[in-house]
Design a protein around this ligand. Structure first.
Ligand code: MEV
Length: 321
């Protein structure tokens, strides 16, 4: 009889918020993202006897019967076992995610990060950042087609990052706390589709699209400087301008625009969509906790399905709203 000898193990990851640079980052411009650790995901791997089983809100059953939309995760599991020379049997994976899917909060990347971490812990193997990124990319490519890589980086790092494709990711220092309110439209935004729509625009309306993406890139560089010097009024203006560019690229929608306007009317220094857009989430910047609470109430009154407040210092402190 086969005996289960290993101990259960856990892998964790958190959601992320892109402050500036989404979409432009796919075209090699920089972007800034922060860890958003109010929303987390945990993968527990337990020993069992027999075939690999999987349990989650999305699917429960044997690994070999996983639905097509989850093939990316299956690929990660196969790749981890192959890399660590472990048999693909005798374990059970339970995935618990608090991150709403399709809201631009990095749910798919965070799930893959926690899964790979959980499996490495289960097999008692050391996992370096490079290998983690390589394995998570298998799932991300499946989910998003041509991901820039910012989601996997931001959901696995514990500090705000300045990210540019194929370059070393840097930490962004924060001179003054940023008070951020995130609002969820409650509608799923399809990142794959919105990235493809920008690609179509890039092909059919090349000069204008290229210029808008470059403008977002230069706003991102300015935003980093504003964060590092504590110039929050300037940062707010840069966020507003980035939203205008994203809207012109066709990735906002009336719901997101409505929340941007509502938060500005409630005193936000700046506001924009975050992530892929076309549904999903937006956020507003404030320079005080009190103002942030007023903005949060305004967003709830405007119909946001959920809101969260987080304060960003060099580490992120988050509270549920
Ligand atoms: C998605 O969180 C961010 C996008 O820029 C896509 C990507 O970077 O892969 C829209």
């Amino acid at each position: 009889m086969v005996k289960a000898t290993r101990k259960s193990a856990v892998g964790e990851a958190h959601s992320k918020l892109i402050l500036m640079g989404e979409h432009a980052v796919v075209y090699d411009h920089p972007a800034i993202a922060i860890p958003f650790d109010t929303l987390t995901v945990e993968t527990r791997v337990r020993p069992t006897i027999g075939k690999v089983r999987f349990a989650s809100n999305f699917y429960t059953g044997e690994l070999e019967d996983m639905p097509e939309k989850m093939y990316g995760l299956a690929k990660c599991i196969y790749a981890v076992c192959a890399k660590l020379n472990q048999p693909l049997e005798h374990f059970y994976i339970e995935l618990n995610s608090l991150i709403p899917i399709g809201r631009g909060l990095g749910s798919s990347a965070a799930i893959a990060v926690s899964l790979v971490r959980g499996l490495y812990n289960f097999f008692g193997a050391d996992l370096n950042h490079e290998v983690l990124m390589e394995l998570v990319d298998l799932a991300e490519k499946y989910a998003h087609g041509t991901p820039s890589g910012i989601d996997r980086e931001a959901t696995s790092q514990d500090y705000p990052i300045f990210f540019r494709r194929n370059e070393l990711t840097e930490q962004v220092k924060i001179a003054r706390p940023l008070h951020i309110v995130v609002a969820d439209t409650g509608r799923i935004g399809d990142t794959h589709a919105s990235v493809s729509s920008v690609k179509d625009r890039y092909e059919t309306n090349y000069s204008e699209t290229k210029a808008r993406l470059a403008r977002i890139g230069s706003l991102t560089v300015q935003a980093r400087q504003a964060m590092e010097t504590g110039e929050l009024i300037e940062l707010g203006e840069q966020l507003d301008q980035a939203h205008v560019e994203l809207k012109a690229l066709g990735v906002s929608d009336p719901g997101l625009d409505h929340y941007v306007e509502a938060s500005k009317a409630a005193g936000a220094l700046g506001a924009k969509l975050t992530g892929g857009g076309r549904g999903g989430c937006m956020f507003a910047l404030s320079d005080s906790f009190e103002q942030a609470r007023l903005i949060e109430n305004a967003l709830k009154d405007a119909g946001a399905s959920q809101t969260w407040y987080c304060q960003i210092v060099d580490e992120v402190m988050s509270y549920e709203g």
